[in-house]
Design a protein around this ligand. Structure first.
Ligand SMILES: Nc1nc2c(ncn2[C@@H]2O[C@H](COP(=O)(O)OP(=O)(O)OP(=O)(O)O)[C@@H](O)[C@H]2O)c(=O)[nH]1
Length: 368
């Protein structure tokens, strides 16, 4: 049995964590958490951390003991400099809470890259965990919609770089912009995206702690995640009625299944393909031919099969990337955003000249 730590930082991280707990508690009544057992096979500890109390109150499936409020008004308003100093002041309190929960085999820290709290807490938190413990820690990072504004774009660029430098064992990317194809209003898009990420993480946890017909385990996951440029994404697909396993694997690797825009066959570096379902659907020939196709372009592919009586086939692919054109695009837009913010700051500095003009009449009275 694996001991797993999942931390959700900031509003986005909290909500995805809550979606994970929703699934884990059976996904039904919001009171489920009070009386039902989580359906994890592993021992999973979840912690939601936020500066905004209202974001924590909004959670429905995460127990009160699993919420850490770091008092700071109503969040840090996308200001990462402020966020980092609030983390520093509260670091020991956060670390104590994690340490009281025992030892872990693996940890995941979930955050948006672009807000204030999650994006500034995550890099130093991972650094702190890695310095004190020797279990692998993976960041699950949500990229912003590109039209959300200059501050979010610059935050995303700096946050990702800092997470990479934190000692993290790998970054799993999910992109709101890419996933917005799902449609609907923002709130329902968020819920759908959060459920998509939650389902993938739970499938992964299930697979890492399963007795499979053909085994993949935490060791294989670590090897996959250490490949490529330290970046990864996850694909998933559940077969529709009558769909064969070959098509299901292809769908998991296509934009329909992935959390981040990538051409798997061009940008992939290593992969882990996990297939779950009733034995009758799992044609070994079809599985082998799809896995061989993938390994001929990405290199090594680990394969795992979990037989679950009566279940429709589901496929999960963890894919590390050696290149990420979409991320390069994001950084180009972010650099423009950083320049725009800098110019704005210079303009504001110049406006201080206006204050000087006003100050010329300080102490004088009008005469009539
Ligand atoms: N997928 C998804 N993205 C979200 C959700 N909530 C916010 N975001 C995205 O997260 C970014 C904003 O970050 P938040 O997590 O809200 O910010 P925070 O970490 O709480 O930081 P502050 O509010 O600035 O203190 C934006 O890019 C949003 O689009 C959510 O529930 N799901």
């Amino acid at each position: 049995m694996l001991n797993i730590l999942i931390v959700g930082n900031g509003q986005c991280g909290n909500r995805i964590l809550d979606a994970i707990n929703k699934e884990a508690f059976g996904g039904k009544s919001k009171f489920a958490k009070f009386y039902s057992q989580q359906k994890y096979k592993s021992k999973v500890e979840t912690i939601a951390i936020n500066t905004a109390i209202n974001d924590l109150k909004e959670l429905s499936f995460t127990k009160a003991k699993d919420r850490i409020h770091i008092p700071h008004l109503h969040g840090v308003g996308a200001n990462r400099t402020l966020g980092k100093s609030v983390f520093e002041d509260n670091k020991s309190h956060i670390m104590r809470n994690i340490e009281e929960r025992g030892n872990f085999d693996v940890g995941f820290v979930i955050t948006s890259a672009s807000g204030g709290t999650g994006s500034s807490f995550t890099p130093p938190l991972i650094k702190e965990i890695k310095e004190k413990h020797d279990f692998p820690v993976y960041a699950v990072v949500v990229l912003p919609f590109r039209e959300e504004g200059t501050l979010y774009l610059q935050n995303a660029a700096f946050c990702l770089k800092e997470i990479r430098d934190s000692g993290v064992d790998g970054i799993i990317l999910a992109d709101n912009q890419f996933l917005k194809q799902i449609g609907g209003n923002v709130q329902s898009a968020y819920n759908t995206i959060n459920d998509m990420i939650a389902r993938r993480i739970l499938f992964l946890l299930d697979a890492l702690d399963s007795e499979m017909m053909m085994v993949t385990d935490l060791g294989d996951f670590k090897t996959v995640m250490s490949g490529g440029a330290g970046l990864a994404t996850i694909g998933f697909y559940e077969a529709e009625k009558g769909m064969n396993i070959k098509t299901t694997i292809q769908k998991a690797l296509s934009p329909n299944g992935l959390l981040f825009s990538t051409d798997v066959y061009k940008e992939g570096s290593r992969a882990m393909v996990i297939i779950k379902g009733d034995k009758s659907y799992l044609s070994i020939d079809e599985i082998s031919s799809e896995v061989e196709k993938l390994s001929s372009s990405v290199g090594h592919v680990f394969k795992g099969i979990i037989v679950r009586k009566g279940e429709a086939p589901q496929v999960l692919v963890v894919l590390t990337l050696e290149a990420a054109e979409e991320l390069e695009n994001l950084y180009s837009v972010a650099v423009d955003a950083i320049h725009q913010e800098r110019e704005k700051k210079t303009r504001i500095e110049e406006q201080k000249e206006i204050d000087k003009a006003f100050s010329k009449i300080d102490g004088l009275e009008p005469n009539y």
